[in-house]
Write a protein that binds this ligand. Sequence first.
Ligand code: FAD
Length: 501
Amino acid sequence: MASALQGILSTPSARRVCEQSLEQGAGNAGNRLQSCQISVRSSHLSSAACLSGRSKLFLAASTPSLTRNSRPGLRILAAAGSKKLGNRKLRVAVIGGGPAGGCAAETLAKNGIETFLIERKMDNAKPCGGAIPLCMVGEFDLPLDIIDRKVTKMKMISPSNVAVDVGKTLNENEYIGMVRREVLDSYLRERAASFGANLVNGLFLRMEMPSDANAPYVLHYNLYKPGSSVGVPATLEVDAVIGADGANSRVAKDIDAGDYDYAIAFQERIKIPDDKMVYYENLAEMYVGDDVSPDFYGWVFPKCDHVAVGTGTVINKPAIKKYQVATRHRARDKIAGGKIIRVEAHPIPEHPRPRRVRDRVALVGDAAGYVTKCSGEGIYFAAKSGRMCAEAIVEGSEKGVRMINEADLRSYLQKWDTKYWPTYKVLDILQKVFYRSNPAREAFVELCADEYVQKMTFDSYLYKTVVPGNPLDDIKLAVNTIGSLIRANALRKEARKAVLT
Ligand SMILES: Cc1cc2nc3c(=O)[nH]c(=O)nc-3n(C[C@H](O)[C@H](O)[C@H](O)COP(=O)(O)OP(=O)(O)OC[C@H]3O[C@@H](n4cnc5c(N)ncnc54)[C@H](O)[C@@H]3O)c2cc1C
C-alpha cells in the first residue's frame, strides 16, 4: 500500500535524479545489485563456454540504456537452433502455486509447453495484506468477484497522528483491489489447469541436476493424494524448472542462488464490530513512526469481513511484536471491541537474490526477491515475473518444440531489470529519505497532502507506469519537498539537542 509513496519520486524530474544516482551506484541495494550483475556476466560467459547442442549464440554490445538499467558489457540474446525435441514437447515444472507460479504455469500451458504446477497446499492462505493495483485486474484478466473490496481512500497518519486523506484525485473507476490470497491463488492455478497445466499437490524436496545440456532435471517431491495428508515420495523428470516457491525457496537453495536481507512482516486479522467496519468499507490506513516500525510502516487494510492490522521491520526483527502492539494502539478507537481471528508472520525479501537463473532453472516472485522496498508490494510483481519468465521459455523453445538453455532464461532477466529496476531503486531511495526519523516521516505525510503528489502517486501505483507530469507542478513539488526536508532536518537537530540537554 505504501507504494502509494512511489508517486513522490515518480515525477519525471525526480526520476531523473534517481536515474543519476542509479548510474552512480548509490545505496546498498544498488551495490548489491551491481555485484550481482558482475556474477551474472561471468556466468554468461561460463555458460556460453560450456553450452553444447546449440548451434548459435548471438553476442551484442549493450545499448547505453541497457548499461544504465541492466548490466554492462556483452549481452546474450536468446539462442536459436537448439536441439529439436522430436515427438515430445518441452516439459517445465513450476514449483509453488502462488501468483508467480499460477501465472507462469498459465502462460506455459497456453503455449503448448507440457506444464507441471507443484503446490504443497492447495488451500494455502498466504499471510498477506492482499492489496493489488488496478492494472493487475485488467492485465491478468481477473474477474471482479474475486475482489472483496475496492479501496478508494487512504489515510496516511504521521508519528504525531496528523492524518492526511489520500485518494482525492481518483476517478470513479479507479481503486486498489483487496483480495483474499486463498481465492486469488486458487483462481490463477485453476485457470492454468484449464489451459492444460497439470496441477500436482506435492511438497518439492530437491532436484538432481542434469548431466548435460539435454538431460532432464529429476525432481523429488512428496505427493499428497486426495484425502490424505501423508506424502508419498515421487519423482518427476523435466527439461526446465521455474522456482516460484516464495521467500523460503528450496529451488533457490538447490541452485545456490544466495540469500537476501529480509523484513519480517507481522499481521493480525481482527474481526471488528459491524458499525466499526463501516469506517473501513473502502478505506485503508497507513501509520508511520518509530513506535510502529523503525524502517517500515504499520497498516490497517480492510478485508472481506474483517481488517488486517500489521507492521514490518528489517532492522529490529526481535521487536516486531512491540511494533505490532503499537500499531494496534494507534488504531485503537477504530478497532475497539475487535476479536483477533488469526495471527500470521512471514519474511518479505528486501532485494533480488545474487543469482536468479542457473542453466535451465529460473526464480520468479518472492523466490527471486521481487518485493518493492518501502512498500512491501509483491503480488503484481510476482505475477508479472512469472509471466515474463514463461514467455521467455515459450519464445526460446519456439512453443515447446526445442530445448532451452540459460541464455533463453537470461532474456527474461534482462527485460525484467530494464523495466523494473528504476521502480525498485526509487522506492529504496524513498525509504532512506523519509523513513529515517520521525521528523522526516512528518515531512513525508505533509507532502502527501499535495494533490499533485497524490495524482502521481496513485497513477504510478495503480498503473505501474510513469505518467508525464506538468513541469510547473514538478518544480513546485521539488521546492515543497526540499522545504519539508529542511524543516524535518531542523526538527531532528532540535530533538537531538533536547535529548542531550
Ligand atoms: C504480512 C504481509 C503482507 C503483505 N501484503 C501485501 C500486499 O498488500 N500487497 C502486495 O502486493 N504484496 C503484499 N505482500 C507481499 C506478497 O505477499 C508476496 O510478494 C507475494 O505473495 C509473492 O508471491 P509468490 O507467488 O512469489 O510467492 P508466494 O505467494 O509465497 O507463493 C509461494 C507458493 O509456493 C508454495 N510452496 C512453497 N514451498 C513449496 C514447496 N517446497 N513445494 C511446493 N510448494 C511450495 C507455497 O505454498 C505458496 O503457495 C505481503 C507480504 C506479507 C508477509
